[in-house]
Design a protein. Structure first.
Ligand SMILES: [Zn+2]
Length: 157
């Protein structure tokens, strides 16, 4: 009978670099961000407007073939404070904590859009507050989600 030995462990840190196609509608949205614009899709059948653009309408399941530009402003519908370490899914880098994350309805949209807020103190936020989308400087935009920096709370409302 042979002696049992501890298994040999091999340690490595694989680097997994990959690209994936954003698709027709995702590419439309990312191209819009690169241009500092918020693009949505509108349903010809029921007139629903959804952001980001998508193939099928969530209201009537019809094809969404029309792209429309929305104003880069909306209303804050909900928000939360994120205080635990978290990898930003768009960059793979840990975001500095704490930060606030919000659910925004763009003016003219029928759905909500969730993204980062510039405000880090939830006591300074309220449901119904107007917000505006803030983009990277034009020369720094590359056509990725991070081109949209955050939503900044506005005054009034
Ligand atoms: Zn529809």
């Amino acid at each position: 009978m042979s002696d049992l030995k501890a298994p040999i462990a091999v340690r490595c840190t694989p680097e997994l670099v990959y690209n994936y196609a954003a698709g027709r509608y995702g590419s439309l949205f990312l191209q819009g961000l690169k241009e500092g614009r918020i693009l949505a899709s509108r349903c010809r059948r029921c007139a629903r407007t959804l952001v980001p653009p998508r193939l099928a309408c969530t209201g009537c399941f019809g094809a969404m073939e029309d792209a429309v530009e929305l104003e880069p402003r909306g209303e804050l519908l909900a928000f939360t404070l994120v205080a635990f370490p978290f990898l930003d899914p768009f960059t793979g880098i840990q975001r500095p904590i704490p930060y606030c994350y919000g659910m925004v309805r763009f003016a003219g949209a029928d759905n909500t859009f969730q993204y980062f807020l510039s405000e880090k103190d939830p006591a300074k936020l309220r449901v119904g507050q107007p917000v505006r989308a803030v983009f990277r400087a034009a020369a720094e935009r590359v056509g990725e989600m991070a081109d949209l920096l955050y939503f900044e709370p506005g005054i009034g409302g």
